[in-house]
Write a protein that binds this ligand. Sequence first.
Ligand SMILES: Nc1ncnc2c1ncn2[C@@H]1O[C@H](COP(=O)(O)OP(=O)(O)O)[C@@H](O)[C@H]1O
Ligand SMILES: CC(C)(COP(=O)(O)O)[C@@H](O)C(=O)NCCC(=O)O
Length: 277
Amino acid sequence: MRLLLDAGNTRVKLSWMSLSAQARAPVVAAFGYDEMAGLGAWVAALPERPLEVWAVGVVDSARMVQLEQLLSAASGAQTAAGLPVHWQHSQMYAAGVRSEYLPSHALGPDRWAGLLGVAWNERRLAGNSLAPVLLASFGTATTVDALLPSEAQAADEYVFPGGLILPGVQLMARSLAQGTARLPEEAGVTRNFPAQTRDAIATGVAAAQLGAVWRQWRRIEQSSSRAPARLYVTGGAWPALEAEALQWFEPAQIVWLASPALDGLACLARQKQEAGH
Ligand SMILES: Nc1ncnc2c1ncn2[C@@H]1O[C@H](COP(=O)(O)OP(=O)(O)O)[C@@H](O)[C@H]1O
Ligand SMILES: CC(C)(COP(=O)(O)O)[C@@H](O)C(=O)NCCC(=O)O
């Protein structure tokens, strides 16, 4: 079997697929960097021994090496080279998606794999008649990335024209606590007119996050004269934003994905395998 791994700034997400499968297993496990023993135990308890890992990472190289060593040890790799880890980088084109990011390799590989995963999910949901979609990933940072149907004749492709990066929910709230004398880092709830400090912060942060999403939704409507078909959402901070999102979008417009980046990695691994036969 093949392990799939997304090393984000806060947590490592993992899933797996059998070498002959079209898609990954439905399970997604997440571990903070202070929970690496749990990650090792999760790998050791898999139903089969992994033979390779397909991965994206946005952490420093020391952390990547640490992960490689942990995965080798936990999977009981028999060779001196350990368990091969194929770190993926952003490209100009893969799996039916063309990137216009400049330079294309500067795009976070987690964003790239996430876009490939969304394109794959959208094709399964809506077939090959492509409509614009938006992916909002609420992780350590928040990213809001668009996929537009290619305007090239007969091209059954998506174009990624670019997207936004802003501080994530926890980073926004923490920066207020760290940069002011009177603002606490406390849990609050979103309200129309927040009348307590903690709710004022929670609502301000949620409004900033969803405001960014709404801006890109409108930009797509204006630039492609077509409303996006769906807003795909993911990331650990989504539960804090769901109530606010429902103020701006219809429930039927929102599709939550546990990990589009791991779906995208599954696409890339499958394509490589098919190309090899
Ligand atoms: N139990 C939790 N552990 C870690 N992060 C959490 C948790 N609950 C909510 N979060 C939020 O999720 C974010 C991490 O989400 P994740 O999608 O894993 O991010 P990344 O890909 O950047 O590692 C945190 O920055 C925080 O805002
Ligand atoms: C934007 C990100 C920090 C998001 O990382 P995350 O919050 O998912 O850990 C990451 O994708 C990244 O480091 N990107 C490189 C710069 C870019 O995408 O342009």
